[in-house]
Design a protein around this ligand. Structure first.
Ligand code: HPA
Length: 287
Protein backbone atom coordinates (compact mmCIF):
# COMPACT_ATOMS: atom_id res chain seq x y z
CA UNK A 1 0.00 0.00 0.00
CA UNK A 2 1.47 3.35 -0.92
CA UNK A 3 0.80 6.51 1.03
CA UNK A 4 -1.15 9.33 -0.52
CA UNK A 5 0.27 12.07 1.70
CA UNK A 6 3.83 13.09 2.54
CA UNK A 7 5.29 15.86 4.65
CA UNK A 8 4.68 18.39 1.84
CA UNK A 9 0.91 17.82 1.98
CA UNK A 10 0.70 17.97 5.79
CA UNK A 11 2.77 21.16 5.78
CA UNK A 12 0.69 22.85 3.10
CA UNK A 13 -2.42 22.41 5.23
CA UNK A 14 -0.57 23.40 8.42
CA UNK A 15 0.87 26.54 6.82
CA UNK A 16 -2.53 27.79 5.68
CA UNK A 17 -3.89 27.30 9.19
CA UNK A 18 -0.85 28.84 10.85
CA UNK A 19 -1.17 31.96 8.70
CA UNK A 20 -4.86 32.41 9.51
CA UNK A 21 -4.24 31.90 13.22
CA UNK A 22 -1.23 34.20 13.45
CA UNK A 23 -3.08 36.91 11.53
CA UNK A 24 -5.45 36.95 14.53
CA UNK A 25 -2.56 37.38 16.95
CA UNK A 26 -2.67 33.81 18.30
CA UNK A 27 0.67 32.02 18.69
CA UNK A 28 1.18 28.30 18.14
CA UNK A 29 4.12 27.39 20.37
CA UNK A 30 5.65 23.95 19.71
CA UNK A 31 4.23 21.36 22.11
CA UNK A 32 1.73 23.75 23.71
CA UNK A 33 -1.51 23.69 21.70
CA UNK A 34 -4.03 21.06 22.72
CA UNK A 35 -5.95 19.25 20.00
CA UNK A 36 -9.62 18.48 20.46
CA UNK A 37 -11.75 16.21 18.29
CA UNK A 38 -15.48 16.56 18.84
CA UNK A 39 -17.66 13.55 18.10
CA UNK A 40 -21.31 13.06 17.16
CA UNK A 41 -23.64 15.50 18.90
CA UNK A 42 -20.70 17.18 20.65
CA UNK A 43 -20.03 19.96 18.14
CA UNK A 44 -21.45 22.71 20.34
CA UNK A 45 -18.51 22.28 22.71
CA UNK A 46 -16.47 24.37 20.27
CA UNK A 47 -18.75 27.33 20.95
CA UNK A 48 -16.95 27.85 24.25
CA UNK A 49 -13.67 28.55 22.40
CA UNK A 50 -12.78 32.26 22.57
CA UNK A 51 -11.14 34.47 19.97
CA UNK A 52 -11.71 31.65 17.58
CA UNK A 53 -10.49 31.36 14.03
CA UNK A 54 -12.87 28.95 12.27
CA UNK A 55 -11.77 27.41 8.99
CA UNK A 56 -14.23 25.26 7.02
CA UNK A 57 -12.66 21.93 6.06
CA UNK A 58 -13.20 22.61 2.38
CA UNK A 59 -10.76 25.52 2.60
CA UNK A 60 -7.97 23.36 4.05
CA UNK A 61 -5.79 21.62 1.44
CA UNK A 62 -6.27 17.81 1.31
CA UNK A 63 -8.88 17.75 4.09
CA UNK A 64 -11.68 15.30 3.31
CA UNK A 65 -15.25 16.62 3.40
CA UNK A 66 -17.28 15.89 6.54
CA UNK A 67 -20.35 13.85 5.58
CA UNK A 68 -21.44 12.34 8.90
CA UNK A 69 -24.61 13.74 10.51
CA UNK A 70 -23.92 16.03 13.47
CA UNK A 71 -20.42 16.83 12.27
CA UNK A 72 -20.09 20.51 11.37
CA UNK A 73 -16.85 20.36 9.39
CA UNK A 74 -14.76 23.25 10.71
CA UNK A 75 -11.40 23.55 12.37
CA UNK A 76 -11.45 26.04 15.23
CA UNK A 77 -8.37 27.53 16.84
CA UNK A 78 -8.70 29.72 19.91
CA UNK A 79 -8.40 29.91 23.68
CA UNK A 80 -10.25 27.69 26.15
CA UNK A 81 -9.55 27.42 29.88
CA UNK A 82 -6.18 29.12 29.57
CA UNK A 83 -4.99 26.90 26.72
CA UNK A 84 -4.64 27.32 23.00
CA UNK A 85 -6.85 24.67 21.44
CA UNK A 86 -7.06 23.34 17.90
CA UNK A 87 -10.53 21.84 17.72
CA UNK A 88 -12.07 19.71 15.01
CA UNK A 89 -15.79 20.37 14.92
CA UNK A 90 -16.64 17.12 13.23
CA UNK A 91 -14.33 14.25 12.28
CA UNK A 92 -13.90 11.75 9.47
CA UNK A 93 -14.90 8.12 9.72
CA UNK A 94 -13.88 4.95 7.98
CA UNK A 95 -17.55 4.27 7.14
CA UNK A 96 -17.67 7.43 5.04
CA UNK A 97 -15.45 5.63 2.55
CA UNK A 98 -12.19 7.36 3.44
CA UNK A 99 -8.98 5.43 3.94
CA UNK A 100 -7.39 5.19 7.37
CA UNK A 101 -4.71 7.60 6.10
CA UNK A 102 -7.32 10.16 4.99
CA UNK A 103 -9.25 9.96 8.28
CA UNK A 104 -6.11 10.81 10.21
CA UNK A 105 -4.76 13.55 7.90
CA UNK A 106 -5.85 16.28 10.37
CA UNK A 107 -3.95 14.67 13.23
CA UNK A 108 -0.62 14.96 11.45
CA UNK A 109 -1.52 18.53 10.48
CA UNK A 110 -2.08 19.20 14.20
CA UNK A 111 1.34 17.72 14.91
CA UNK A 112 2.89 20.11 12.39
CA UNK A 113 1.04 22.95 14.17
CA UNK A 114 2.79 22.00 17.40
CA UNK A 115 0.01 20.07 19.13
CA UNK A 116 1.46 18.03 22.00
CA UNK A 117 -1.69 16.62 23.59
CA UNK A 118 -4.93 15.54 21.97
CA UNK A 119 -8.37 15.03 23.49
CA UNK A 120 -10.52 12.63 21.46
CA UNK A 121 -14.23 12.50 22.17
CA UNK A 122 -16.83 10.21 20.65
CA UNK A 123 -20.30 8.80 20.95
CA UNK A 124 -20.32 5.11 21.85
CA UNK A 125 -22.71 2.31 22.66
CA UNK A 126 -22.53 0.90 26.17
CA UNK A 127 -21.44 -2.76 26.22
CA UNK A 128 -20.62 -2.98 29.92
CA UNK A 129 -23.92 -3.99 31.58
CA UNK A 130 -23.34 -1.37 34.28
CA UNK A 131 -23.37 1.51 31.81
CA UNK A 132 -26.37 3.76 31.13
CA UNK A 133 -27.15 6.22 28.34
CA UNK A 134 -25.69 9.58 29.33
CA UNK A 135 -22.67 8.13 31.14
CA UNK A 136 -19.20 9.44 30.40
CA UNK A 137 -16.38 6.91 30.00
CA UNK A 138 -12.66 7.53 30.17
CA UNK A 139 -11.03 5.34 27.52
CA UNK A 140 -8.25 3.37 29.22
CA UNK A 141 -7.47 1.06 26.30
CA UNK A 142 -8.94 -0.10 23.01
CA UNK A 143 -9.70 -3.06 20.78
CA UNK A 144 -8.93 -2.23 17.16
CA UNK A 145 -11.06 -4.64 15.11
CA UNK A 146 -10.57 -2.59 11.95
CA UNK A 147 -6.82 -2.72 12.46
CA UNK A 148 -6.99 -6.48 13.01
CA UNK A 149 -8.75 -6.68 9.65
CA UNK A 150 -5.77 -4.91 8.04
CA UNK A 151 -6.92 -1.29 7.90
CA UNK A 152 -4.49 0.76 9.93
CA UNK A 153 -3.31 4.30 9.15
CA UNK A 154 0.28 3.30 9.92
CA UNK A 155 0.39 0.62 7.20
CA UNK A 156 2.65 1.55 4.29
CA UNK A 157 6.14 3.00 4.24
CA UNK A 158 6.77 4.41 7.69
CA UNK A 159 6.28 8.17 7.90
CA UNK A 160 9.59 8.54 9.73
CA UNK A 161 9.25 12.34 9.93
CA UNK A 162 6.53 11.60 12.49
CA UNK A 163 7.58 8.45 14.30
CA UNK A 164 8.92 4.95 14.49
CA UNK A 165 7.97 1.87 12.45
CA UNK A 166 6.69 -0.20 15.38
CA UNK A 167 5.07 2.08 17.97
CA UNK A 168 4.26 0.63 21.39
CA UNK A 169 0.62 0.93 22.43
CA UNK A 170 1.05 0.01 26.08
CA UNK A 171 0.37 3.62 27.03
CA UNK A 172 -1.90 4.74 24.19
CA UNK A 173 -4.09 6.76 26.55
CA UNK A 174 -1.56 8.71 28.61
CA UNK A 175 -1.58 8.01 32.31
CA UNK A 176 -1.03 11.65 33.26
CA UNK A 177 -4.03 12.72 31.17
CA UNK A 178 -6.21 9.94 32.59
CA UNK A 179 -5.28 11.10 36.09
CA UNK A 180 -6.12 14.69 35.17
CA UNK A 181 -9.53 13.59 33.85
CA UNK A 182 -10.33 11.51 36.95
CA UNK A 183 -9.27 14.31 39.29
CA UNK A 184 -11.34 16.84 37.32
CA UNK A 185 -14.41 14.58 37.39
CA UNK A 186 -14.08 14.08 41.11
CA UNK A 187 -13.72 17.81 41.71
CA UNK A 188 -16.89 18.47 39.69
CA UNK A 189 -18.90 15.59 41.16
CA UNK A 190 -19.21 14.00 37.70
CA UNK A 191 -19.24 10.20 37.54
CA UNK A 192 -16.55 9.17 35.08
CA UNK A 193 -16.58 5.51 34.19
CA UNK A 194 -13.48 3.82 32.81
CA UNK A 195 -13.28 1.20 30.13
CA UNK A 196 -12.06 -0.37 26.93
CA UNK A 197 -13.35 1.09 23.65
CA UNK A 198 -13.92 -1.32 20.76
CA UNK A 199 -13.51 0.20 17.29
CA UNK A 200 -15.68 -1.28 14.53
CA UNK A 201 -16.00 0.11 11.01
CA UNK A 202 -19.79 0.59 11.01
CA UNK A 203 -21.90 2.16 9.59
CA UNK A 204 -24.42 -0.39 10.88
CA UNK A 205 -24.93 -0.71 14.60
CA UNK A 206 -23.99 -4.11 16.03
CA UNK A 207 -26.06 -7.27 16.02
CA UNK A 208 -27.02 -8.64 19.45
CA UNK A 209 -24.53 -11.50 18.91
CA UNK A 210 -21.78 -8.97 18.18
CA UNK A 211 -22.61 -7.04 21.34
CA UNK A 212 -22.38 -10.23 23.42
CA UNK A 213 -19.10 -11.10 21.66
CA UNK A 214 -17.66 -7.64 22.41
CA UNK A 215 -18.55 -8.00 26.08
CA UNK A 216 -16.90 -11.45 26.20
CA UNK A 217 -13.63 -10.13 24.80
CA UNK A 218 -13.42 -7.25 27.25
CA UNK A 219 -15.06 -4.26 25.57
CA UNK A 220 -16.97 -1.75 27.70
CA UNK A 221 -18.09 0.50 24.85
CA UNK A 222 -18.30 0.27 21.06
CA UNK A 223 -17.99 2.92 18.40
CA UNK A 224 -16.90 3.83 14.90
CA UNK A 225 -14.05 6.32 15.43
CA UNK A 226 -11.19 7.51 17.63
CA UNK A 227 -8.78 4.57 17.32
CA UNK A 228 -7.18 5.58 13.98
CA UNK A 229 -6.64 9.08 15.36
CA UNK A 230 -5.17 7.68 18.59
CA UNK A 231 -2.75 5.47 16.62
CA UNK A 232 -1.43 8.31 14.48
CA UNK A 233 -1.10 10.49 17.58
CA UNK A 234 0.90 7.95 19.54
CA UNK A 235 3.09 7.34 16.48
CA UNK A 236 3.78 11.08 16.30
CA UNK A 237 4.44 11.44 20.03
CA UNK A 238 1.19 13.25 20.81
CA UNK A 239 -0.29 12.29 24.20
CA UNK A 240 -3.92 11.16 23.99
CA UNK A 241 -6.92 11.49 26.26
CA UNK A 242 -10.07 9.67 25.09
CA UNK A 243 -13.57 10.25 26.43
CA UNK A 244 -16.68 8.42 25.23
CA UNK A 245 -20.19 9.58 25.83
CA UNK A 246 -22.32 6.49 26.22
CA UNK A 247 -25.20 7.64 24.04
CA UNK A 248 -27.11 4.36 24.13
CA UNK A 249 -26.95 0.91 25.62
CA UNK A 250 -25.95 -1.55 22.88
CA UNK A 251 -28.76 -4.10 22.47
CA UNK A 252 -27.60 -7.64 23.31
CA UNK A 253 -30.86 -9.61 23.09
CA UNK A 254 -32.63 -10.74 19.91
CA UNK A 255 -36.06 -10.39 21.46
CA UNK A 256 -35.46 -6.84 22.68
CA UNK A 257 -37.95 -4.18 21.57
CA UNK A 258 -35.15 -1.63 21.63
CA UNK A 259 -33.27 -0.56 18.52
CA UNK A 260 -30.29 1.77 18.43
CA UNK A 261 -30.80 4.79 16.19
CA UNK A 262 -28.71 7.73 15.02
CA UNK A 263 -31.38 10.03 16.49
CA UNK A 264 -30.92 8.54 19.95
CA UNK A 265 -27.13 8.89 19.62
CA UNK A 266 -27.42 12.59 18.65
CA UNK A 267 -29.99 13.40 21.29
CA UNK A 268 -28.04 11.85 24.18
CA UNK A 269 -24.89 13.52 22.82
CA UNK A 270 -26.60 16.88 23.05
CA UNK A 271 -27.87 16.19 26.57
CA UNK A 272 -24.39 15.39 27.94
CA UNK A 273 -22.62 18.33 26.28
CA UNK A 274 -22.83 20.58 29.38
CA UNK A 275 -21.27 17.86 31.57
CA UNK A 276 -18.61 17.05 29.01
CA UNK A 277 -17.85 20.76 28.50
CA UNK A 278 -17.41 21.19 32.26
CA UNK A 279 -15.15 18.13 32.43
CA UNK A 280 -12.97 19.10 29.46
CA UNK A 281 -12.69 22.70 30.64
CA UNK A 282 -11.48 21.45 34.03
CA UNK A 283 -9.04 19.03 32.39
CA UNK A 284 -7.63 21.80 30.17
CA UNK A 285 -7.13 23.94 33.26
CA UNK A 286 -4.96 21.21 34.75
CA UNK A 287 -2.69 20.67 31.74
N1 HPA B 1 -22.48 1.21 18.26
C1 HPA B 1 -21.50 1.75 17.51
N2 HPA B 1 -21.25 3.04 17.46
C2 HPA B 1 -22.00 3.85 18.24
C3 HPA B 1 -23.02 3.36 19.04
C4 HPA B 1 -23.28 1.97 19.05
O1 HPA B 1 -24.17 1.45 19.76
N3 HPA B 1 -23.56 4.43 19.69
C5 HPA B 1 -22.87 5.52 19.26
N4 HPA B 1 -21.93 5.17 18.39
Amino acid sequence: MTQKFGLAEYDRAAELLRQRVERRGLQLVEGRPIGLVLGSGLNSLAEAVEGAVAVPYEEIPYFPASTAPGHAGRLIVGRLAGQTVVAMQGRFHFYEGYTAEEITFPIRVMKRLGVGKLILTNAAGGVNPGFRAGDLMLIVDHLNFVGMAGQNPLIGPNASAFGTRFPSLTHTYARSLRRAALASAQELGITLRQGVYAFLAGPNFETPAEVRFLRLVGADAVGMSTVPEALVSVHAGIEVLGISTITNVAVDQLDSDKETSAEEVMETGRVVVPQLTALLTAVLGRL
